[in-house]
Design a protein around this ligand. Structure first.
Ligand code: HEM
Length: 231
């Protein structure tokens, strides 16, 4: 115990670890009025689910093969043969749904508490882009098992994008990697799902959290004198 404390003290002197810990994790949030304080944990819940998605995603990628000939079999292999593979897939799949739900709940709490207003507009805008990235994760991830449901759902999604006026046909072609869905589509979606989107999301979440710490957390809105009088 004393040795641990000495080691931490040694590290703290050289890295400022304590200050970083206090700034990031031991921040003060507005005092709890009833259950208000619970709403402030939704951002951390988003972060937790994102980390779970990254960890389970990396473990799944170790056995997944992104080619139309092998993708479906590799997913079945994960389900049936890999140790805890079925559980891992379930966690990643449910995590994806849960991520959309908690991000939307977090967004609602920010909106209803007016926390998007000055000076937190950029934090809000970063959040909107993160929400779009979360949607893109769902869209690209859905295709990866390469079964009938995945194939046709993506075909429908790409066709909907194809209906956009003027740029539609180009967007559909870029998404599919050509005129038809095939090897290029799967490779493209895989690269987006495991490389581009995670890097972009991690970067934006980093900036988002930096801004949250920079501005400090907003106070819950107070009742105005008019509202108090009319009650
Ligand atoms: C992966 C997604 C996200 C993560 C990890 C995340 C994380 C966080 C955390 C930890 C906080 C501080 C605690 C809290 O208020 O709950 C926060 C605050 C905030 N977030 Fe997010 N967030 C995400 C998505 C979003 C989205 C989609 C929006 C809105 C479009 C948003 C807008 C904001 C704003 C404006 C604040 C400041 C709130 C205040 O000062 O009271 N965030 N976020």
């Amino acid at each position: 115990m004393r040795n641990n404390r000495r080691l931490l003290g040694w590290l703290d002197e050289r890295t400022g670890l304590k200050k970083i810990w206090e700034t990031l994790f031991a921040r003060k949030i507005p005092e709890s009025k009833g259950s208000v304080a619970w709403f402030y944990t939704l951002g951390s819940a988003c972060l937790f689910v994102f980390v779970v998605q990254v960890i389970t995603g990396v473990l799944l990628a170790m056995n997944y093969v992104p080619s139309p000939d092998h993708a479906y079999d590799s997913v079945r292999f994960i389900d049936k043969q890999v140790f805890l593979g079925h559980f891992l897939r379930g966690l990643h799949k449910w995590g994806a749904t849960f991520m959309v739900v908690v991000v939307l709940l977090h967004m609602l709490r920010v909106y209803f508490m007016g926390a998007y207003k000055y000076p937190r507009e950029v934090t809000w805008m970063m959040g909107v882009v993160i929400l779009l990235l979360v949607m893109a994760f769902s869209f690209t991830g859905y295709l990866l098992p390469w079964d009938q449901k995945a194939y046709w759902a993506t075909a429908v999604g790409a066709n909907i994008a194809g209906q956009t006026p003027v740029v539609g046909s180009h967007v559909a072609k870029i998404l599919k990697g050509g005129e038809e869905m095939g090897v290029a589509t799967l490779t493209r979606f895989y690269a987006l799902h495991v490389l581009v989107l995670p890097i972009l999301t991690a970067l934006l979440v980093g900036i988002h959290l930096f801004l949250v710490v920079w501005h400090g957390i907003s106070e819950p809105p107070e009742k105005t004198n008019r509202q108090i009088e009319s009650n």
